[in-house]
Design a protein around this ligand. Structure first.
Ligand code: DGJ
Length: 394
């Protein structure tokens, strides 16, 4: 988005907030972010530093227990925006109670130059074996001036390892001022969720079949905003915005979670809502129904969410409309979707980013309770709440 369009989007957004009677703000409370969810407040980790895990994903996951075995805990993976817009390391935090988060550090780090690979033992260990062209390719993909956004992680039980998929982007020769012109999905792998993750490569994904109308035929297989979903049967899917952000795709991953399962339309992947311009997708399963939440495409400004639902991933999807109810519903309570997950008692939680486009590291997190009412995913605002006592009708 150009600066001018960004300004217009921000004015439209302010007008929308004004018409709704004010922004969703955190109100002063006796509680702290370590004993309740305070949507929109600065959320600090166990060291007292603001959590840097934007555009992220929270899930209960198998992790090493530190004594050679494994245990389960909540893992929050996301963009560390202390570096601003570009070259965001991927950070990981863990928690047992969802309020106290321990920083496990930057698990996938951007690389500034080939000489950094040759001189810094951290990078030498990961990429030292590569030849000069391959090292340059790593720098070209995850350099400190590249887009590394919306990282998501999965544990691959078969291999006992972890994959991170993320939105990998950059300018191109034909579009030197637009850092989102490459439109690819990046992959990194590690034996531990706490890293270090080794960047493998970045890829274009499935393409519009020739018997369907491609909304952006000039650039095939694009992948930008994305998410991962692990189904109950162990099958993993990547959901992403493609065709110049006009159409969402869901593609099944291979058994290693390191690539696509294939290219057969309806068996390996599906195109959804062509031309609807959705991004920030999140896919979940509740009982035997799948729910796909997404935002519209307005840069860092928030907009109206929408949910579609279906009995089968590669089946027919029903438009369930805006999941948000009450004041702030037309701008997703000033957030953009990034994760949906369950607390230990089964309470579903919506996690959204409240972006601060001027100071991205000061973007906030808004976690709200989710209910399923008459088969529809529903989100309502809370000034402060606890998952233990939240309304968890489902
Ligand atoms: C919206 C996307 O959802 C974000 O991840 C980021 O790419 C911004 N656009 C950049 O404007």
């Amino acid at each position: 988005m150009t600066p001018f369009l960004r300004k217009i989007a921000s004015w439209v957004f302010s007008l929308l907030l004004f018409l709704q009677g004010g922004q969703m703000l955190h109100v002063n409370s006796e509680k702290t972010v370590n004993d309740a969810f305070l949507p929109g407040a600065v959320w600090t980790d166990t060291e007292g530093n603001p959590i840097q895990a934007h555009g992220g994903q929270v899930q209960r996951m198998t992790v090493p227990d530190g004594s050679g075995g494994v245990t389960e805990t909540y893992v929050w993976v996301g963009e560390n925006k202390n570096s601003g817009h570009m070259g965001n390391p991927v950070a990981v935090y863990t928690s047992d109670d969802l309020y106290h988060w321990t920083c496990r550090g930057d698990v996938l780090r951007p690389v500034s130059s080939v000489s950094e690979i040759d001189t810094d033992p951290y990078f030498e260990n990961l990429y030292g074996e590569l030849d000069e062209t391959q090292k340059q390719h790593v720098v070209d993909c995850i350099g400190t001036d590249k887009v590394i956004e919306r990282p998501k992680m999965l544990y691959n039980e078969k291999n006992g390892n972890y994959v991170i998929w993320f939105h990998s982007d950059d300018v191109t020769g034909s579009n030197p001022n637009y850092p989102y012109d490459v439109g690819m999905a990046g992959l990194a792998v590690s034996d531990s969720p706490f890293g270090p993750f080794r960047f493998v490569d970045r890829y274009r994904l499935n393409e519009c079949p020739s018997n369907q109308i491609d909304c952006f035929p000039f650039s095939k297989g694009e992948a930008r905003d994305m998410n991962l979903f692990l189904d109950d049967d162990g099958t993993a899917y990547i959901v992403y915005t493609s065709e110049n952000n006009k159409t969402l795709y869901i593609s099944r991953l291979n058994e290693d979670f390191t690539g696509l399962s294939g290219t057969v339309y309806g068996e390996d992947y599906i195109r959804l809502f062509p031309g609807a311009m959705r991004e920030a997708p999140v896919l979940i399963r509740q009982d035997d129904r799948y729910y796909l939440m997404s935002s519209s495409t307005t840069g860092w400004a928030s907009n109206q969410a929408r949910v579609w639902s279906s009995d089968r991933i590669f089946g027919k999807w029903r438009n369930d409309g805006n999941p948000c109810e009450g004041k702030g519903r037309t701008v997703t309570f000033d957030t953009q979707s990034t994760t949906l997950f369950r607390a230990p008692n089964g309470q579903w939680i919506y996690g959204g980013d409240r972006w601060n486009g001027d100071v991205l590291s000061d973007s906030r997190y808004v976690w709200l309770p989710v209910t399923f009412e008459n088969g529809k995913l529903t989100i309502r605002w809370e000034n402060e709440w606890n998952w233990e006592t939240g309304d968890h009708r489902s």
